[in-house]
Design a binder for this molecule. Structure first.
Ligand code: NOJ
Length: 765
C-alpha cells in the first residue's frame, strides 16, 4: 500500500527525514487521488520546502550548475527552464533523488513555441494555414521531440491577439483575430498534452501571456495596455479561455499592466476571472523577473511588498527572480502572507507535477540512461516531412500577375537577397533547440527542386540592413546576421549582373529573424532601405521579378507590390522552409495560405484590423466624402485584407443558402455555399464565415470571423460547404458586461477572404 493511503504509515513517516521510496506511484491519475496525495505531501513539508517548490530558475551566468545543485540539495527549487538535453536534465533529477530530503521531482520547461529540434513555421505563419490538422501536427511533433529531450512543460501556445504589427512578438501568436487564435490555441494544447501530460511523448502547455499582452500601446514591448472591458472580454480573453478549456495545465502571466494594474499584481484577473469564473485548477507562473518588476511598475514599494502583492494576486510560481525565496519566509512570519496562501501556491505546483506523472516516475520523460541519444542533434531525430508539409501550407500568394508563378524548373533563375541563403533567419525567433545548420535555406531548396535541370545564379545583393546600430542590435546575443563587407553598390552590381543573365529574378527580402522577436518593436514596417535599393535595381533590369518575403509581422510593401510580378509571403518557415518555398515557386504545391493579419499600407494606418467597429461617418470607398472617417493623404484600407491569399487555380463561391430566414431563440441555422475550383489545377482554399449584428444595444464590429473550413478541390470540382450558426456565435458583452445574444437581424458573409463575400441575412427571434 502506498503511504498516502495509510494514515499510520504517514504518521510514522513524518518523523523520518525522507520517505521517497513510498513517494512514487503508480498513483491513480484522478483529481481525487491527486488532491489526497498532495495534501499528504504538503503536511510533510517545511515552509522553506514549500517556498522552494514555487521557484523556477534557469541555468545561466547568475545561477551556474553548482549553485543549482546546492539549491536542489536544500529543496529550494521546484522547476528548471532552459535546460534541454536528457543528460543535463537527468543529472539534475539525480541530484534531487540523491541529495534532497523529500525527493520531490523537478519539472523541466522550455520555450517550445514552434518546434523543438525540428522547427516549424512561426505561429503567425502557422495561423496562415488556417489548418487545425496542421496545427495538431506541429503540436504533436513538438511535444514528441520536447518530451524525448526530457522536458515536461512548454511556454506555449502564445495566444495574445494582436492588432499591432509594430510589436515584434506578433510573430509568436496567431494574428489579429479572436476566433482563429482561439481555434489554433486550443488545437495546439490538445495536441501537445495528448491524452495526458503524463504520457511519455506529451508535455504540459502553459498558455501565455495572460492577459492582453498583444495590445501594448504603440507596439512597444512591455508597455501598458488600456482597454474597455467589452473589448477585453469580447476580443482578447477568448483565446486564453479556449486554450484552458482545452485543458492547458499552466498559465504564464503577462508582463504588461492592464488598465493600470500589472498582470502579476492583478488578483481580479488571476483569482476572480481565472480561478473563479473559469475554474482554472492548474498553475500560474510569473514571466521572467515580473515580481521584481512590480516595483518599477510603481505598485510595490520594496521587494517584500512586491512578493506580498504577487502572492495575494495569485502567482504560484516565480520565474527567474529570487524574491519568493528571499522574502516569503519573513512575510509568513509577520503574518503578512498566510501559510494557507503559501500552501495553495505550492499545492498548484505539486498538482501539476502529479499530472505530469512525475510522482509515478520522475524519469518518465527520460527513460533509461542507455537510451539517451548519442548525438542530441542527430538528423534521425528530426521530422522533416512534417515540417515541409506544414511550411507549404503556411505560404500566402499575395500577387501573381500574368501567371508569373509557378516557375519552370529548366529556367535560369537569379536568386538574390540577404535572406536567400540564410539558415538562421528562416527558422524565426524562439527556434528552441533548432540548429541553424540543419535548416534548408531557399537557395538550397531551389537547387533541390531544379535537380540540375536549370541554372541558379545566386548573389546576396544587399545586407539585411546597412544601419550599423541595427546590425549591432541584431547581433547582441548571437552572431545572427552576417554582414558582407563589400559596399552596398558592389553587392547590388553583382546581383544585377546575375539578374541580366537570368529568365526570372527571385528576391528573398524582408526581416532578419531578430527583427520580429521579444523586445524587437519597430517604429516603421518597411523593408530596410538596403534591400529596397536592391529591389529597385533588379526591377530596372526589366526581368520578371518574384519577391519572396520573409518576415515575422505585416510589412508595408506598397512599392514592392507594384514592383513585383509575383509576391509570396513565406514568414519564417522553419527547418524545411527552403524546400517548402521551392515547392510553391515551382508549383509542386499550390499555395493555399490566407493572411491571419491585415497588411497596412503605411505605419500611420495602425491600428488597422478587419473587425473594427462602425462609426457614425463611415468612409465609402466608392464615393469618398470629406466628413467621413478616413485619412485624406493616403489610400484607405489595408493593402492586403485579413483572410486574403491567392492560388494557382481560381475558385468561385455561389450565393449563400440559408436553411431558414429565422433562428429560433437559442436554436441554430445553417448557411451554405458551393465552392467550385474553376481553374486548371487542383488546390486548397479556406472558406470563411463572417457575421455582423447591424443593430444592437452597443456598436458591434462590421464583421467577425465565426467559422472557417479548409477544403481541397480538384480542378473542376465543386463542394458544398455548410456552417452551423448557433446562438454562441451571436453573443457579445453588452454595456452591463452581460454576455447576450440580442434578437434582430444578422448579416452573414461567406468568402475566400474578408472582403469579397457572398452575403445573406437571418433574423434571430
Ligand atoms: C520571457 C518571455 O516573455 C516569455 O514568453 C518566455 O516564455 C520567457 N521569457 C521564458 O523564456
Amino acid at each position: 500500500m502506498k503511504w498516502i493511503y495509510s494514515v499510520s504509515l504517514a504518521v510514522s513517516l513524518a518523523m523520518q527525514p525522507a520517505f521517497a521510496d513510498d513517494l512514487f506511484g503508480p498513483h491513480p491519475m484522478t483529481e481525487q487521488a491527486r488532491d489526497a496525495f498532495v495534501n499528504q505531501l504538503l503536511s510533510k513539508m517545511t515552509l522553506d520546502e514549500k517556498i522552494g517548490q514555487m521557484r523556477l530558475i534557469s541555468v545561466g551566468p547568475d545561477t551556474p550548475k553548482s549553485a543549482i545543485r546546492d539549491m536542489i540539495q536544500h529543496g529550494q527549487v521546484g522547476a528548471i527552464f532552459n535546460t534541454v538535453t536528457r543528460q543535463d536534465i537527468r543529472a539534475m533529477q539525480d541530484q534531487v533523488m540523491q541529495l534532497s530530503r523529500l525527493k520531490i521531482p523537478l519539472f523541466f520547461a522550455y520555450d517550445v513555441v514552434h518546434g523543438q529540434r525540428t522547427i516549424f513555421p512561426i505561429p503567425l505563419g502557422l495561423a496562415a494555414s488556417w489548418d487545425l490538422d496542421a496545427t495538431a501536427e506541429v503540436g504533436r511533433v513538438s511535444a514528441y521531440e520536447a518530451a524525448d529531450d526530457g522536458l515536461n512543460m512548454t511556454w506555449a501556445p502564445m495566444v495574445d491577439v494582436s492588432r499591432e504589427p509594430r510589436w515584434g512578438r506578433g510573430s509568436e501568436g496567431f494574428g489579429e483575430d479572436t476566433f482563429l487564435s482561439a481555434q489554433m490555441g486550443s488545437s495546439m494544447v490538445k495536441a501537445m498534452q495528448g491524452k495526458s501530460a503524463a504520457d511519455r511523448y506529451s508535455i504540459m502547455t502553459s498558455v501565455k501571456h495572460f492577459a492582453a499582452y498583444g495590445a501594448v500601446e504603440g507596439g512597444r514591448d512591455y508597455n501598458t495596455v488600456d482597454m474597455s472591458p467589452q473589448r477585453l472580454f469580447q476580443d482578447y480573453l477568448p483565446p486564453y479561455k479556449a486554450s484552458l478549456d482545452a485543458g492547458s495545465g499552466g498559465v504564464m502571466v503577462a508582463l504588461n499592466s492592464l488598465n493600470g494594474t500589472p498582470a502579476t499584481a492583478d488578483s481580479w484577473l488571476l483569482k476572480d476571472i481565472l480561478r473563479g469564473d473559469w475554474k482554472f485548477k492548474g498553475i500560474t507562473i510569473s514571466d521572467h523577473g515580473a515580481i521584481k518588476e512590480l516595483i518599477k511598475h510603481g505598485v510595490a514599494s520594496d521587494p517584500q511588498d512586491a512578493v506580498r502583492i504577487a502572492m495575494k494576486s495569485g502567482i504560484d510560481m516565480s520565474m527567474s527572480d529570487e524574491y519568493y525565496s528571499k522574502y516569503l519566509p519573513g512575510l509568513v512570519k509577520s503574518g503578512a502572507v498566510s501559510m494557507a496562501e503559501v500552501d495553495d501556491a505550492a499545492r498548484h505546483v505539486l498538482n501539476v507535477k502529479y499530472d505530469m506523472g512525475l510522482f509515478n516516475d520522475p524519469y518518465s520523460h527520460l527513460g533509461p540512461k542507455e537510451s539517451d541519444p548519442q548525438d542530441t542533434n542527430a538528423e534521425s531525430r528530426l521530422h522533416r516531412a512534417e515540417a515541409r508539409d506544414v511550411a507549404r501550407k503556411s505560404i500566402v500568394l499575395l500577387k501573381n500577375w500574368r501567371e508569373t508563378l509557378p516557375l519552370k524548373k529548366d529556367a535560369t533563375i537569379a536568386l538574390v537577397g540577404p535572406l536567400a541563403d540564410s539558415q538562421r533567419d528562416i527558422m524565426g525567433s524562439w527556434s528552441a533547440a533548432g540548429v541553424a545548420k540543419q535548416s534548408i535555406p531557399l537557395l538550397q531548396g531551389v537547387r533541390n527542386a531544379m535537380a540540375g535541370k536549370g541554372t541558379v545564379l545566386y548573389a546576396k545583393g544587399a545586407n539585411i540592413t546597412d544601419n550599423k546600430g541595427i546590425q549591432d542590435f541584431l547581433n547582441l546575443y548571437e552572431q545572427a546576421v552576417s554582414v558582407d563587407k563589400r559596399s552596398p553598390q558592389e553587392l547590388i552590381d553583382e546581383a544585377v549582373a546575375q539578374a541580366k543573365k537570368a529568365d526570372v529574378v527571385v528576391a528573398a527580402v524582408g526581416e532578419a529573424q531578430g527583427m520580429a522577436h521579444e523586445a524587437s518593436s519597430r517604429s516603421d514596417l518597411v523593408i530596410p532601405e538596403s534591400q529596397q535599393k536592391l529591389l529597385a535595381a533588379l526591377k530596372a533590369t526589366g526581368k520578371p521579378l518574384v519577391i519572396v518575403l520573409m518576415n515575422g509581422r505585416p510589412l508595408t510593401v506598397v512599392k514592392e507590390d507594384q514592383q513585383a510580378d509575383a509576391m509570396l509571403e513565406t514568414w519564417f518557415s522553419g527547418t524545411e522552409g527552403g524546400n517548402a518555398i521551392a515547392d510553391v515557386l515551382f508549383g509542386d504545391y499550390n499555395p493555399s495560405g490566407k493572411l491571419p493579419v491585415s497588411f497596412p499600407r503605411s505605419v500611420g494606418q495602425i491600428p488597422i484590423y478587419y473587425n473594427h467597429l462602425p462609426t457614425g461617418r463611415p468612409y465609402n470607398f466608392a464615393k469618398p466624402n470629406k466628413y467621413t472617417s478616413h485619412y485624406y493623404d493616403a489610400v484607405n484600407g489595408p493593402l492586403y485584407p485579413f483572410g486574403y491569399g491567392l492560388s494557382y487555380t481560381t475558385f468561385t463561391v455561389s450565393p449563400v443558402k440559408m436553411s431558414s430566414r429565422t433562428m429560433p431563440r437559442n436554436g441554430s441555422v445553417e448557411a451554405s455555399v458551393t465552392v467550385t475550383n474553376s481553374g486548371k489545377r487542383d488546390g486548397a482554399t479556406v472558406v470563411q464565415l463572417y457575421l455582423n449584428d447591424p443593430v444592437a444595444s452597443i456598436s458591434r464590429p462590421v464583421q467577425e470571423l465565426r467559422g472557417f473550413q479548409r477544403i481541397m478541390l480538384k480542378a473542376g470540382e465543386s463542394q458544398t460547404v455548410k456552417f452551423k450558426i448557433d446562438v454562441d456565435a451571436l453573443k457579445f458583452w453588452n454595456q452591463k458586461m452581460q454576455q447576450v445574444a440580442e434578437p434582430g437581424k444578422f448579416n452573414v458573409m461567406i468568402g475566400l477572404d474578408s472582403v469579397r463575400t457572398q452575403d445573406a441575412q437571418f433574423d434571430y427571434l
